[in-house]
Design a protein around this ligand. Structure first.
Ligand SMILES: Nc1ncnc2c1ncn2[C@@H]1O[C@H](COP(=O)(O)OP(=O)(O)OP(=O)(O)O)[C@@H](O)[C@H]1O
Ligand SMILES: [Mg+2]
Length: 252
């Protein structure tokens, strides 16, 4: 079975059918793009996938586990991590501590050990530091580990958010417009990083993006969403040459 299997997913807000009869199959290890005009429903699909919204219809299976309608924390534990269209970091925490907040899925000490600063506490903290620094290295952020997240330039904040998501040890990583606000150099670096993460972390990635250079450069398959519905899906080159897709983007 596929890593992610969504069937006939739907949600309405008042009279607006924001996502309608949405289905997608993503195989393990795929780098998959979700594209479509503004307001098409892309972020809403991420919110449905991560339990921010509960669907009115449809099913979501992750690695054969039915996660439809589950809570955000449980879905994260089941293996989905995300980044946000508007960056969300702990601005008053250091770069290192931001990544460490993601590591609590895999490292634990009891509250008592934490309060009493027992040896177990120091051991776990040290292991977490090491693991967090390893992750920061992937994103070229290890040199900035002690500065406040809010003091990082914008492009690096986006990378830090991805590092924190990875720290939770997901099976599926959702990136909502990771290149938004980046200059062409930062975007091309980000493309290399996303490929690196897929290859070296054995990751499956679904990303929303408007930057067509990024989409055509790294995504193997695409789904195009238009007015909450799938317009077309398939191999990237085929989808981007589809006249219907070109029409939706040009708004004719
Ligand atoms: N909580 C909500 N309540 C009411 N309407 C909502 C809610 N969330 C999303 N919508 C509406 O659903 C539609 C899809 O929004 P969504 O944010 O998913 O679009 P998008 O494809 O991510 O667009 P963009 O590319 O601009 O980020 C929009 O019309 C939006 O206003
Ligand atoms: Mg969006």
């Amino acid at each position: 079975m596929a890593l992610l299997e969504i069937k006939n997913l739907g949600i309405s807000f008042g009279g607006l059918r924001a996502v309608d009869n949405f289905s997608i199959t993503i195989e393990k290890g795929q780098l998959y793009g979700l594209i479509g005009p503004n307001g098409a429903g892309k972020t809403t699909i991420f919110n449905l996938l991560t339990g921010v919204y509960k669907p009115n219809a449809g099913t979501i299976f992750l690695d054969e586990e039915n996660i439809t309608g589950k809570k955000t924390v449980d879905i994260n534990r089941a293996g989905i991590a995300r980044t946000f269209q508007n960056i969300r970091l702990f601005k008053e925490l250091s770069v290192l501590d931001n990544v460490k907040t993601g590591l609590h899925n895999s490292f634990q000490y009891s509250t008592v050990a934490g309060i009493l600063r027992l040896p177990k506490y120091f051991k776990v903290e040290k292991e977490m530091d090491e693991r967090a620094i390893e992750l920061l290295k992937v994103f070229g952020l290890d040199g900035e580990k002690d500065i406040l997240a809010s003091n990082l330039p914008y492009g690096k904040q986006r990378k830090l958010e991805i590092a924190r998501a990875l720290a939770t040890g997901p099976k599926l990583l959702l990136l909502d417009e990771p290149a938004a606000g980046m200059n062409p150099n930062e975007t091309s670096e980000l493309m290399d990083t996303i490929r690196f993460v897929r290859d070296n972390f054995d990751m499956t990635i679904l990303l929303i993006e408007h930057d067509m250079k990024l989409v055509s450069g790294i995504c193997e398959r695409l789904t195009v969403l238009n007015f909450g519905q799938v317009l077309t899906q398939g191999k990237t080159a085929d989808v981007l040459n589809d006249p219907e897709v070109i029409k939706a983007y040009l708004g004719e």
